[in-house]
Design a protein around this ligand. Structure first.
Ligand SMILES: C[S@@+](CC[C@H](N)C(=O)[O-])C[C@H]1O[C@@H](n2cnc3c(N)ncnc32)[C@H](O)[C@@H]1O
Length: 235
């Protein structure tokens, strides 16, 4: 999987991509992340990348020329044909595990990070294939949302996580939230690990985990629980 990121703030990506699982995934060539500074492509003599909104209103809007030229450069450099271009925006479809699963099948994804009041609509009409939000709140820029997508999609790519099972049993698998996890010591500040997890009986452990998942999902996410019940009925 190759990620191509268009941003005005490339250095935001450095720390996150140089640590832990992302670093390993890049070193092991499971993913690549190329960052492009939109400002480098501005044809304005002062490298300006934003302007006042037509019709008035607060803030600035990112101008189309530098974004389009960055996109054009990425497409030509990598010989891409009709690539997925995701614009991170609070107006987009809210990101979830299903969208992550589907995006993990792509070979190339271009991620477009907005800033200020966002980007000129004509860029969206011209090159963007998907508008994705990471939640119903407004951030300063699309860089954190882009990193969230890169992280979430990358861990679904075979070989990125240590064991394939690590994501096979996580939250959102079959719409259920994950059961509680425990590790050593067996007792901490008077609180004991549930006996069943120490029993060695895998059938009982699986049952206990499934029941806990159902209980937690029902309490915290009745919206997901409705989907679980609907899917069970359709089986
Ligand atoms: C201050 S926001 C612009 C908000 C825009 N004026 C609006 O009301 O929809 C600047 C940039 O941050 C990014 N952004 C902010 N919140 C986001 C979210 N919840 N999900 C994805 N991207 C977001 C987008 O790239 C956006 O262009």
């Amino acid at each position: 999987m190759r990620f191509h990121v268009m941003t005005l703030f490339p250095s935001i990506f450095d720390a996150y991509l140089n640590e832990s699982m992302m670093k390993k995934a890049i070193e092991n060539k499971k993913i690549s992340v190329d960052i492009y500074n939109i400002r480098d492509f501005s044809k304005n003599k002062h490298k300006k990348v934003d302007d006042y909104p037509f019709g008035g209103g607060a803030g600035m809007v990112m101008t189309p020329q530098p974004i389009y030229d960055t996109y054009d450069h990425i497409v030509k450099k990598n010989n891409l044909k009709n690539p997925k271009v995701v614009y991170l925006t609070p107006k987009g479809k809210v990101f979830n595990q299903t969208i992550a699963n589907s995006l993990s099948k792509e070979e190339d994804i271009i991620l477009l990070c907005g800033h200020y009041e966002g980007i000129d609509q004509r860029i969206i009409d011209l090159i963007v294939t998907d508008e994705i939000s990471i939640g119903d709140y407004v951030l300063t820029g699309g860089e954190l949302p882009a990193l969230i997508l890169i992280d979430c999609i990358s861990r679904l790519i075979p070989g990125v996580l240590g064991k394939e099972e690590s994501f096979m049993e996580e939250s959102f698998k079959d719409n259920l939230l994950e059961y509680p996890q425990y590790t050593r010591p067996r007792e901490f500040m008077g609180m004991k690990v549930p006996d069943v997890l120490l029993s060695g009986n895998h059938k009982l452990i699986d049952e206990w985990r499934k029941n806990k998942s159902i209980q937690i999902t029902s309490e915290r996410r009745p919206d997901l629980m409705k989907k679980v019940i609907k899917n069970d009925k359709n089986k």
